[in-house]
Design a protein around this ligand. Structure first.
Ligand SMILES: NC(=O)c1ccc[n+]([C@@H]2O[C@H](COP(=O)([O-])OP(=O)(O)OC[C@H]3O[C@@H](n4cnc5c(N)ncnc54)[C@H](OP(=O)(O)O)[C@@H]3O)[C@@H](O)[C@H]2O)c1
Length: 238
């Protein structure tokens, strides 16, 4: 039986792509899953929906009040919700920078801040879904790549604070290259030819590949804290 059986997990962005696959994988392992997102009708059927637009700090606080009423503890938090626009630093638009900052960075910090007091004394686990763009900046990195560098910083910084506070919780991240999800269409909006050329040259990762990496982190023995799993398609060039 998996060590995840009976654990309580919160997955942000469980309505699509990678988050949906992570939620399904956790449910398969016997975890109780809460899916936190806006399109709650799209989360896996066996998961419990928690409606939340993570751009709004008050809605995040309210979502965690809803969670507290449903469960005394949260063993696992997967900060997966994210958005990717190809927004240039020279041209903007600034509204897209704001959205990426609020969803990809601030919401990760806020959901984590709310979840930690709910984690059990023996220790919970947090996994942040970062990106290969949090390790190297591709030519089209724009404002998106810096948000993922920030996720790397948040992950390391929180680990420092947890250890300084003698809290037993562990934090790690996964950093995928291109994954075949709706996010890729948003990222290549207006550059559909580039996307079809990428698809011809590259067999992108599947969301299930990322879910397996997340399980690898979550099922590691208690004395093993996995910092980051970087994964990309074998034929991804940049
Ligand atoms: N696909 C890739 O190539 C790739 C590569 C590296 C890293 N990543 C990262 O993987 C994560 C998941 O992306 P994906 O590819 O699975 O994208 P996706 O299929 O577009 O899913 C994005 C998820 O984020 C949620 N989300 C977005 N804005 C939200 C908001 N304001 N409030 C609440 N939830 C919100 C969406 O839920 P609702 O719309 O229901 O709210 C959705 O469930 C992101 O952090 C992304 O940066 C993706």
């Amino acid at each position: 039986m998996s060590t995840l059986n009976g654990k309580v997990a919160v997955v942000t962005g469980a309505s699509s792509g990678i988050g949906h696959s992570i939620a399904e994988a956790l449910l398969d392992r016997g975890a109780r899953v809460f899916g936190l997102c806006r399109k709650i009708g799209r989360i896996p059927e066996a998961a419990t929906p928690v409606s939340c637009d993570v751009r709004d700090p008050r809605r995040i606080a309210h979502a965690f009040e809803v969670l507290k009423a449903a469960t005394p503890t949260v063993d696992i938090l997967v900060n997966n919700a994210g958005i990717a626009y190809l927004s240039s630093l020279l041209k903007g638009p600034v509204e897209e920078w704001d959205e990426m900052w609020e969803v990809n960075v601030r919401a990760v910090a806020l959901c984590t801040k709310h979840a930690i007091p709910m984690m059990p004394g023996e220790g919970g686990r947090i996994v942040n879904v970062s990106s290969l763009s949090g390790h190297r900046v591709p030519p089209t990195g724009g404002f998106y790549a810096p948000t993922k560098f920030a996720v790397k910083g948040l992950t390391e910084s929180l680990r420092n604070e947890l250890k300084a506070a003698n809290l037993p919780h562990q934090i790690g991240s996964v950093s995928p290259g291109f994954v075949d999800t709706p996010l890729v269409n948003t990222y290549f909006r207006g550059r559909e030819e580039d996307l079809s050329s990428l698809r011809q040259k590259t067999r992108m990762l599947d969301p299930e590949d990322i879910a397996r990496a997340v399980l690898h982190i979550l099922e590691a023995p208690p004395h093993v804290e996995i910092g980051d799993v970087v994964l990309r398609s074998g034929d991804q060039k940049v």
